[in-house]
Design a protein around this ligand. Structure first.
Ligand code: FAD
Ligand code: 2HG
Ligand code: ZN
Length: 468
């Protein structure tokens, strides 16, 4: 991997010493992903302090034909922020660009730089009695640029949509270094056509997000959180349907977890499950600015018990208890990581298809890998479950992944609901995505990044997808 020994010096000369890291020890943490599945190589880690520096660095990389791997908090679960292959490349970390520039509680928006930590943005909104709704277990490290580049979901999609639905304005640096500044906080802007949407969810393969104007919502003052156990997923869907009927727009989260997933949390963390005797558990949250929520939520849960759907349950009676119930849910990913090797499947399906899908999965998994252990949980209300599988060290993961993705395909679903393709799912995406769709995306890629220097080897940047 080389672009000439003097290349880092040229980058430094155009920016500053702080913006170009070449010390191997300082670079190490940027070269491996959160799951420790992928490790790549890079000439340098670039840490620009401003949009102008990002532009200058990208321009020099484009001239030298050096590929750029954008990186935010490095919490992605698909290896998208880790260099792939032998081509000369640099990591471009947005970490130093972490200012929250303004919060407008009347216009309901917040402007932040790409490296701003999601949790800080949520706290800045709360300080003005507003809510930035994207919430996920990695929010203490994930960045605004990262959630935009992955179109992150999280636990509030049911009510507020995915990150895409919350971006009003964007500032982006294109593959040739051009800066597009469109941080306008407008809710209605047909003059901008649709270009912003191209960058959201494109995993750093079309441009580098340097700042964004995000939509805020009024902060629900009343909150109700319950954990209930149900015997099966079909029953979970009955509870979901009833919760929607009774709570309507107030329903903000409807999460499903299998018992074994929570048992792993209890094993690895000091957290105790306050509900017993379920094969599956539901974490249900409702929020409202209006009073009367607690009564409505309790009435809904009483119905659920009367109908015989729930076997046990608890309603949080304090903010601390609510946080405890959420902690059980939010520690599943880390408990899985502590349990050994796993194959992750980030599946979305038409929601009614889940019972049949999971039954087929349960029957066929042992046929493919006798030692496999499922770890299923996720955002049932969004039609998105993480159908993860724990495997012994030596077992072959390809057959398991193919089984799950073939079932997803057969049930009309998607193999990446919220985590993205990264380098983890590219081959499967190519296998299962219609050629015409791949060529369409190749044309967009070629138009925006003709040299193919933005995040090669991840999703959109695959050479074969370039239009002939
Ligand atoms: P990174 O990991 O650094 O990068 C992710 C991708 O975005 C890469 O392709 C990278 O090249 C690109 N990128 C990063 N910054 C920029 C930029 N400024 N411009 C252009 N491209 C950029 N995800 C969910 O959707 N829902 C969840 O509920 C969820 N829960 C999680 C829980 C845990 C414990 C962990 C570890 C991860 C979870 N994730 C979840 C995945 C991850 O947190 C999200 O994908 C997050 O959006 C990544 O943000 P990041 O700043 O860490 O991005
Ligand atoms: C969640 O829903 C995240 O907690 C992570 O999307 C899922 O670990 C996973 O596979
Ligand atoms: Zn998730």
């Amino acid at each position: 991997m080389t672009a000439g020994d003097e290349f880092p010096e040229r980058l430094r000369a155009a920016t500053s010493d702080a913006a170009v890291v070449t010390d191997p020890d300082m670079m190490a943490g940027y070269l491996t992903d959160w799951r420790h599945m992928f490790t790549g190589q890079a000439i340098a880690v670039l840490r620009p302090g401003s949009t102008q520096e990002v532009s200058a660095l990208v321009r020099l990389c484009a001239e030298a034909g050096v590929a750029i791997v954008p990186q935010g908090g490095n919490t992605g679960l698909a290896g998208g922020a880790t260099p792939q292959g032998d081509a000369p490349q640099v990591i471009l970390s947005l970490a130093r660009m972490n200012n929250i520039r303004s919060v407008d509680p009347v216009g309901l928006c917040i402007e932040a730089e790409a490296g701003a930590i999601l949790q800080s943005v949520r706290e800045a909104a709360t300080a003005e009695d507003r809510l930035f709704p994207v919430s996920l277990a990695a929010e203490g490290s994930a960045t605004i640029g990262g959630i935009i580049a992955t179109n992150a979901g999280g636990v509030n999609v049911l009510r507020y949509g995915m990150t895409r639905d919350l971006v009003l304005g964007l500032e982006v640096v294109l593959a040739d270094g051009t800066v597009i500044d469109a941080l306008r906080p407008l809710r209605k802007d047909n003059a901008a056509r649709y270009w912003k949407q191209l960058f959201i969810g494109s995993e750093g393969a079309l441009g580098i997000v340097t700042a964004a104007t995000l939509r805020l919502v009024p902060r629900p003052l009343h909150r109700s959180v319950a954990l209930v156990s149900v015997p099966d997923v079909q029953t979970a869907l009955s509870v979901f349907s009833h919760a929607q009927t009774v709570l309507g727009d107030a329903l903000t989260a409807f999460e499903l977890m299998e018992a074994a997933a929570l048992e792993r949390v209890e094993t690895h963390f000091n957290l105790t499950l306050p509900v017993q005797s379920g094969a599956w558990y539901l974490l249900i949250e409702a929020g409202s600015t209006l009073s009367g929520l607690a009564e409505t939520s309790e009435a809904m849960l009483e119905d659920v018990f009367e109908k015989g759907w729930a076997t046990d349950g608890v309603v949080a009676s304090s903010a601390g208890q609510a946080d405890h119930l959420w902690a059980l849910r939010e520690h599943i990913t880390e408990a899985e990581a502590k349990s050994g090797r796993s194959v992750k499947h980030d599946v979305s399906l038409p929601i009614a298809a889940f019972p049949a899908f999971l039954e087929a999965f349960g029957t066929r998994l042992p046929e493919v890998e006798a030692e496999a252990t499922p770890n299923v949980f996720g955002h049932l209300g969004d039609g998105n479950l993480h159908v993860n599988v724990l495997l012994p060290k030596e077992a072959d993961s390809t057959g398991v992944m193919r089984l799950v993705h073939d079932l997803v395909h057969a049930h009309g679903g998607s193999i990446s609901a919220e985590h993205g393709l990264g380098q983890y799912r590219v081959a499967e995406w190519e296998r299962l995505t219609a050629r015409a769709e791949q060529v369409l995306l190749g044309r967009i890629k070629t138009a925006l990044d003709p040299q193919g220097i933005l995040n090669p080897g991840k999703g959109l940047s695959i050479k074969e997808h370039k239009a002939a």
